[in-house]
Ligand binder design. Structure first.
Ligand SMILES: Cc1cc2nc3c(=O)[nH]c(=O)nc-3n(C[C@H](O)[C@H](O)[C@H](O)COP(=O)(O)O)c2cc1C
Length: 185
């Protein structure tokens, strides 16, 4: 099967992580959905234009379009990543609520037993959120919080972003050299 990825960007802080991931996936078939809140957060915390974001994915869908291609189990893809994944979207997925295209595509990934990676950005975490994460993890979901390592002594926020994106690409099984690996010489 051709490598096909579904990327969701929701309204957690860290929109830059989603953008950097899309930049790293330029050579792949990427299907992108961006939530309404994500558009708001993107506008508040980055200078990226919608045109630029749209240029990063060959297929982009409205998060309200629950009839889009990626909403069906018959649409085949390798991995779905939601980055950043808001606590709200994470909670909905863990409860089986699929009222947006992103939550529907995630429910499809779950039922079809496909790889689903959620990258939440929140701190601290309530017991409810932790329980939601455990529930998802038990169902095979990879919960990969947007937490950079400090052992490479990052000097810029870009390096910290690249660390997190590199680890996401690793989880997707995609070769990358976005960060210097520990003791790699
Ligand atoms: C500037 C800003 C920053 C936010 N940061 C976070 C965050 O880090 N994590 C989070 O879970 N929600 C965050 N939120 C709240 C979500 O955007 C909000 O819960 C929204 O309803 C999520 O909707 P969505 O999951 O459909 O994108 C933030 C909101 C704003 C305006």
């Amino acid at each position: 099967m051709k490598e096909v990825y579904v990327v969701g960007i929701t309204g957690g802080s860290g929109s830059i992580l989603g953008i950097r991931l899309l930049e790293s996936l330029r050579n792949y078939e990427v299907h992108l959905a961006v939530s309404e809140s994500a558009f708001r957060v993107l506008e508040l915390e980055t200078d990226y234009t919608m045109e630029y974001i749209k240029s990063l994915a060959p297929y982009i869908y409205d998060d309200r379009d629950i009839a889009a291609r990626i909403s069906s189990g018959s649409f085949r893809f390798n991995t779905m990543v939601i980055v950043p994944c808001s606590i709200s979207t994470l909670g909905k997925i863990s409860s089986g609520i699929s009222d947006t295209l992103i939550t529907r595509a995630a429910a499809v990934a779950l039922k079809e037993r496909r790889r689903l990676i959620l990258v939440p950005r929140e701190m601290p975490l309530s017991t409810i959120v932790l329980e939601n994460m455990v529930k998802l993890s038990r169902d095979g979901v990879i919960v990969a919080p947007a937490v950079p390592g400090y052992y490479n002594r990052p000097k810029t926020s870009e390096e910290m972003v690249d660390f997190v994106v590199s680890r996401i690409l690793d989880l997707m099984g995609i070769e990358n050299s976005l960060m210097k690996r520990w003791k790699s010489g």
